[in-house]
Design a binder for this molecule. Structure first.
Ligand code: 5GP
Ligand code: MN
Length: 338
C-alpha cells in the first residue's frame, strides 16, 4: 500500500530541485500526472522540470506547462542536464526503468534519490521512496492523494487540477472502468467545486479527430476487424501501408482497441499495428480476463488486468498467427463462456 515517508515530507519543507519523468509514449495520465505534480511542487516553492522519453500525441498540447516539457529524444542534452541538477527524481506512471527507454539508463546510472508514484502491478525495486497502489485508477489520482498527504491542498492550483483531471478521465475510460471508485469521483467533484471546466477538458481530449483519422477508423472497421466468436474476442491487425495511406501519426490509434470491446459479447480485444521495426500490440479485456497475463506470457509485455500492451519482432502476418495460437492456449482458462 502507498505510504508517504516522513523523511521525504520533512525534506520537502525546504526548496528543492525536482525532475519529473514518465514512461515512453506518454499518455494523458503520464503527462497529466507529471505536469500536475510539477504545478503543485512549484506552488509549494520548489523548482520542477518535466522530461519525457519521447514525443506525446498532439491532443495533449493544451495542457498548461506543456511548453516547458523536455523531450529526451529531441534534446538529450537538456534532459541529462535536468537530471544532473536535480535533488530528487520523480518517476510517474511507470514502475520499471525500462519503460523510460534510454533516459531510464541515465537515471539508473545517476544514483539519485527517486520517488516512484504509480498504479501498475509488479513494481521493480529502483526507487528509495514509493507511493504505489494498484487500487488507484490513475497516477493522477495518486498525485491528488499525495498532495493531500503532504497537507498541500492549497498548492493544488487550477492548472494542476486541469492536468490531473485529464489523466483521471482517460485512465478510467471516462469514469466507467471497474477501477473507478467513489474516491475517484470525490476527487473529480472537488476539482469541479474548485472551478474546473470539465467539459472543456473532455472536448480538448476527445473532440480533436482529424477527418483522415475518422476515415482511417472506417477503413479499419470495414477491412481489418476480425471476430473470433469461440473466444469472445475481436481484433484488428493493421499493416504499415494503412498508416501511410491515411497519414496516421503516433497517438491517432489510441482508443482504437476499445471499439472492438464495444461489440456485443466480446470479452477480449487486441489491436496489432505494424510500426515498421516492431508490431506494437494493445490488449483490453472485461471482468476477470487477465489481459496483462496474456501480454506478458506471449508478447513480452504487461500492464493492468483489463488494459495491457506488448510487442512482436515478427511480421504482422506471423504476429497475427502467433496471436491466434496464443488465444487457443489462453482461451480455455480465461475466455470460455461462463
Ligand atoms: P496501451 O495499449 O495503451 O499501449 O497500453 C495499455 C497499458 O499497458 C498501459 O497502462 C501500459 O502501461 C501497459 N503497457 C503497454 N505496453 C507495455 C509493455 O510493453 N510492457 C508493460 N509492462 N506494460 C505495457
Ligand atoms: Mn496510468
Amino acid at each position: 500500500m502507498k505510504a508517504l515517508s516522513a523523511q521525504l515530507t520533512e525534506w520537502l519543507q525546504k526548496p528543492r530541485k525536482v525532475m519529473i519523468t514518465t514512461h515512453h509514449k506518454p499518455d494523458a495520465d503520464a503527462l497529466g500526472s507529471s505536469l500536475g505534480w510539477a504545478h503543485i511542487l512549484r506552488s509549494a516553492g520548489h523548482q520542477a522540470t518535466v522530461v519525457v522519453p519521447n514525443d506525446f500525441p498532439s491532443f495533449l498540447d493544451w495542457m498548461p506547462g506543456r511548453d516547458g516539457v523536455i523531450d529526451f529524444e529531441k534534446d538529450p542534452q537538456s534532459a541529462v542536464t535536468s537530471l544532473d541538477e536535480a535533488d530528487l527524481i520523480c518517476c510517474l506512471d511507470f514502475n520499471d526503468l525500462k519503460r523510460n527507454n534510454e533516459f531510464g539508463e541515465h537515471i539508473a546510472a545517476s544514483s539519485k534519490t527517486i520517488l516512484m508514484v504509480d498504479h501498475h502491478p509488479y513494481p521493480t525495486d529502483f526507487a528509495q521512496y514509493r507511493y504505489h497502489s494498484v487500487q488507484a485508477s490513475s497516477t493522477c489520482e495518486l498525485i491528488l492523494d499525495l498532495c493531500r498527504d503532504l497537507d498541500w491542498m492549497e498548492h493544488l492550483t487550477a492548472d494542476a487540477g486541469a492536468c490531473l483531471y485529464a489523466g483521471m478521465v482517460t485512465d478510467t475510460g471516462s469514469f466507467r472502468f471497474a477501477a473507478c471508485t467513489p474516491h475517484t469521483h470525490r476527487w473529480a467533484a472537488l476539482l469541479q467545486e474548485r472551478g474546473l471546466k470539465h467539459h472543456q477538458i473532455h472536448e480538448a481530449i476527445f473532440d480533436q479527430m482529424p477527418v483522415n483519422i475518422l476515415r482511417f477508423l472506417g477503413h479499419c472497421f470495414l477491412n481489418r476487424l476480425q471476430v473470433i466468436e469461440a473466444w469472445n474476442t475481436a481484433y484488428l491487425a493493421i499493416p504499415y501501408s494503412d498508416l501511410e495511406a491515411f497519414g496516421v501519426q503516433t497517438g491517432d490509434t489510441e482508443g482504437l482497441v476499445n471499439y472492438a470491446l464495444n461489440l456485443k459479447g466480446m470479452r477480449f480485444a487486441s489491436v496489432m499495428i505494424d510500426r515498421g521495426p516492431l508490431v506494437k500490440m494493445s490488449f483490453r479485456s472485461k471482468g476477470q480476463v487477465p489481459a496483462n497475463l496474456f501480454a506478458s506470457t506471449y508478447f513480452e509485455g504487461g500492464g493492468h488486468l483489463n488494459a495491457a500492451g506488448g510487442q512482436s519482432a515478427d511480421t504482422l502476418e506471423q504476429t497475427e498467427q502467433r496471436f491466434l495460437q496464443a488465444l487457443n492456449l489462453f482461451g480455455p482458462d480465461h475466455l470460455a463462456q461462463p
